[in-house]
Design a binder for this molecule. Structure first.
Ligand code: DO4
Ligand code: MG
Length: 278
């Protein structure tokens, strides 16, 4: 089952058919006592409606905060050690990769999140920028994983590389995060064979593509959630991006007009065009 938030209400997809969800509040769905049971009763009692219009699909977020985990894949550790070498910060990335406590950071509020088909942004004061394709967990207010979506943790490598203390500026700004296109409703962990793919298209030509799988993710999603919810309340639930296993080569930087496509089967594809400035 997949949940889509649209300009015209929420829709449930099951076996290729779409059903209207009577509950109007996204926050009420995320904090529902038995979301799966509620959605199954919709399938039992209502008739499918016409297909969704893709242009109408919005980011699947209400009042949830978006948090992110860092350096959870070996590739992220190595790329960050390299980019911060001359600033003397490289050692920290190796230490956090092997430490018991994960790196968790605040990523975005809903107003900073781009939905499918809309723009993600490069900071005006950044010169070296990449998308980070990340499996993203939707967690309810009780700390239970209720679903999964595709996330893009846009990052300014020159700013983070200059000094690790600049991380919030490298990571948190308007449209620095994209989520969507839907929530795959499942409380079961996704198989470790689940692929994460990215393709960046520039002027109609593939400028970069790569893939990884969840087998490369060093930490269990449930452990990341347990740390996030330590001494923290999330009355509307939260999103947690689980880190990137793909970093383009150092010679690559995003440009205005690039199209980013991130696919995680069985969730779907999140597609966004890039702009720099307003
Ligand atoms: O340590 C900085 C951020 C790491 C990150 O965003 C990632 O590994 O995905
Ligand atoms: Mg990241």
């Amino acid at each position: 089952m997949k949940l889509y938030r649209t300009g015209n209400g929420t829709y449930l997809e099951h076996d290729g058919s779409y059903y209207r969800v009577p509950e109007h509040s996204w926050d009420a769905l995320v904090t529902h006592n038995d979301l799966r049971g509620y959605l199954q009763s919709i399938l039992r009692h209502s008739k499918p409606v016409a297909d969704l219009l893709p242009a109408n699909i919005q980011a699947p977020i209400g009042n949830q905060e978006v948090w992110a985990a860092g350096v959870t894949y070996y590739r992220s550790r190595s790329a960050r050690m390299e980019e911060s070498k001359s600033a003397g910060g490289g050692d920290f990335y190796d230490r956090v990769y092997t430490a018991e406590r994960p790196e968790l950071f605040f990523k975005a509020t809903a107003s900073r999140v781009a939905g499918p088909g809309s723009h993600v942004r490069i900071r005006t004061d950044a010169k070296w920028n990449v998308p980070e394709p990340e499996l993203t967990l939707l967690i309810n207010h009780r700390g239970q994983i209720i679903g999964y979506t595709v996330g893009n943790d846009m990052s300014s490598r020159d700013i983070e590389g200059e000094n690790p203390l600049y991380l919030p500026q490298a990571k948190v700004y308007d449209r620095s995060c994209a989520l969507g296109p839907c929530i795959l409703i499942s409380s079961e962990p996704l198989p470790t064979s689940t692929p994460i793919r990215i393709e960046i298209v520039r002027s109609g030509v593939a400028a970069f593509s790569a893939d990884t799988t969840l087998a490369e993710l060093k930490r269990a999603p449930a452990t990341l959630v347990e740390y996030l919810f330590r001494d923290n309340n999330f009355p509307f639930g939260a999103f947690l991006m689980t880190g990137t296993g793909i970093v383009p080569p150092d010679s690559f930087t995003l440009a205005s007009g690039d199209r980013i496509r991130i696919t995680i089967d069985p969730i779907g594809t999140l597609e966004n065009d890039v702009i720099q400035g307003s």
